[in-house]
Design a protein around this ligand. Sequence first.
Ligand code: SF4
Length: 462
Amino acid sequence: MNTLPDIEFSEELIRRFDKLGPRYTSYPTADRFNADFTEASYIRYLAQRNNPAATNPPLSIYVHLPFCESLCYFCGCNKIVTKDRTRTAEYLRYLAKEMALVAQHIGPDRRASQLHFGGGTPTFLTPDELRELMDMLRSHFHFLPDAELGIEIDPRTVNDDTMAMLAGLGFNRTSFGVQDFDPAVQQSVNRIQPYEMVEKAVTASRKSGFESINADLIYGLPKQSMASFDRTLDRVIELAPERIALYNYAHLPSRFRAQRLIVEAELPSAEERLQIFLMSVHRLLDAGYIYIGLDHFSKPEDELNKARIDKTLHRNFQGYTTRADCDLIGFGVSAIGKVGHSYSQSVRTLKAYYEHLDIDQLPVEKGYALTPDDVLRRQVIMELMCSGPVTFAAINAAHGIDFKSYFADELLQLKQYEEAGLIVVDEQRISVTPKGRMFVRASGMVFDKHLAQSTAKFSKLI
Ligand code: SF4
């Protein structure tokens, strides 16, 4: 057993409690979204913000930029692999149309405190196109002075000038897709990016004034071993990103076509994967990183860790965040939004996206309108995901219930986790113990009323 300041983890607990389950970037999870939620439903929720008496929270904006130059075999994102650079101009024209339509429904209060460009590869766009997109966004939304502007970076697509240009456009956060530095692993997933290339991009980000750099790592990739991933971690620790996300590769070739190109025989076994994970957690904690939750780590001075300590951590589609519950507006193919007590998702293909916008229709494919019970359960699950506590009095006051009788069955089900020392339930609250921080999904799942009907294929944490 390794005992660390505020997290304890052991192989035995992982073997016992690491279940298949949702990551709860939303509740209900996206597999519950359905076509009963239409464009008209989305417009109704957007219009609720257009109320002079309302004090709306500022917006969070997500823009999906789906184009990539080459295919990474592990990829599960909605992307379009193409060498044709002219396709982006058309996409931008439609994004402009979508933004204008949404802005019209939202009304005049369009303050935004967060922006995230994801993909795909956002830097597939030329500098001029990125500038055009930012101008477009700024013409419809008013970014607050302390807004977080983040962009996902494929290190193969940027140089010093790109990073300076992005900083000039106002971006202050970057997230680098690093995955693994081992040349054989990179070859087997068709993503060649030597350490020197990533190091150059990270240095350029720092020089350009980016406040926070995140590195995404993936374990469980083909040809990975303890020794090779140990070397990758050496180099990542050398780069010293403020945040690290350590994802488990979920091999689902029936769902993600790209993954059919992965040689299954080269994948590490479940046991090797567990050992790689345990070694990685040790190494990151020894290097001074703090465990934030699920698969996220940060430096102690990073805002995420401060929010964890202050109990002001939140969770949204991008993972853990310091920003309070914002309405999220998604633009582009397959983008997800969360407005009021609703979720919506746009159509996945360019063809469908363009067809909707050609007739001035918002490209909503599906969504979900939360019931009061969903809203209540969402709060409980999200508080658990952020390591609690779940305070009964606060929930009772917010939802007009008596927690202990409303959730009598769930409290009974939680006993197994309490007995294992993962949580403590007392008269006032459910607290997550240092031992339980890695298994918050398991206690969250107890409160998930939709799980029994879910057909989604969930992954394990490890
Ligand atoms: S991992 Fe990123 S760069 Fe690679 S194919 Fe997927 S979206 Fe594109």
